[in-house]
Design a protein around this ligand. Sequence first.
Ligand code: MN
Length: 261
Amino acid sequence: MKRLSIILAVAILSLSFFQESAAKSPLIGVSASENSPAAAPSTYIKSIRKAGGVPVVIPMTTDKEQLEKILATVDGILMTGGEDIDPLKYYGEEPLRAQGEIVPYRDEFDCMLIKMAVEKGLPLLGICRGEQLLNVVFGGTLYQDIPSQAKDSYVKHRQQAPSSYGTHSISIEKGSILNKVLGTERAVVNSFHHQAVKDPAPGFKVIARAADGIIEGIQMNEKVFGLQFHPEGFVSSGDDTFLPIFQYFVEKATEYQGSKK
Ligand code: MN
């Protein structure tokens, strides 16, 4: 009987602990990559969930009030990958012939979302296009097309292999978010880009580079950072090598959530 009551007490305690931790899971706004219907690739959604966050897709809009309302609710912002960014409008360069697809409405939405979120102090993780936008919004520039512009680049950055498979190495800056979170100064990542950060925005630090010098990660501070590679490609297919990146981001969002009240 005594034993049973102990088991019961433990069960009740762990149940209430579980409920409490579920209630504390931060809400992560994931930028939509398609607008009708508003959707983001499931790889991002799965990775946030696996790291303990609650993902919610933010539909594209350039209505400031709509965005303010959403930003008052979420605890972190994940900017997803996608198309090229209009070089003329966002960093004052004529488009090169290698220019890919441009989606003007998405450019505008993404830039507003990044500006407003960072101003509000929200943790933000930008992946691929998301990283490039983060850089451009704060005054940095991009290689519009690595093969035709980056003279010393020789690494294949548009891999022809599954996204759960790493094809090139990166060296990671000591003391950076990536270094702290992964506990290493070298990793093998996937690569699906022909653009990259050229000049990092003022105040940003380069946190990772490929062997040819191409920038593979930047950070503004301890809670705003961007990656050129796709950690969600690994995590969503069961390889947890880069799960700590999402866990760190969710942890920052939990801290933000706690500071709101
Ligand atoms: Mn790459």
